[in-house]
Design a protein around this ligand. Structure first.
Ligand SMILES: [Zn+2]
Ligand SMILES: [Zn+2]
Length: 107
């Protein structure tokens, strides 16, 4: 499933250019993708699951970062549900980032 359309990709590239990527997380297309990911992943952390544990929803994480691969920003296979603990592990850079970026996937 891929919800990305040429005009959306243009809009997203503009957000990246203007350093306003956080706005992407308010798009209805992203919210739809996230709802699909939550259903697919049973709303539990996929890294915890691989360790045989249950982890609560913390973030809808992009495996290929939105800033790096905007064309994959709305691809279901590029996102997975992670708990806050594991999301911090895959994003060590976010620990020291400003709050607005630290929380952008945490809805
Ligand atoms: Zn986890
Ligand atoms: Zn992430």
């Amino acid at each position: 499933m891929d919800l990305m359309k040429p005009e959306l990709l243009r809009k997203l590239n503009k957000l990246i250019e203007d350093d306003e990527v956080q706005k992407f997380y308010t798009w209805k297309e992203y919210r739809f993708l996230r709802s699909k990911a939550k259903i697919r992943d049973n709303n539990e952390c996929q890294m915890c699951k691989r360790e045989g544990k249950h982890g609560q929803y913390g973030a809808c994480h992009h495996k290929e970062e939105v800033r790096e691969k905007p064309e994959l920003a709305l691809t279901l296979s590029n996102v997975e549900i992670l708990c806050k603990y594991h999301h911090n592990i895959v994003h060590p850079e976010k620990l020291n980032a400003t709050p607005v970026f630290m929380n952008e996937e945490w809805f």
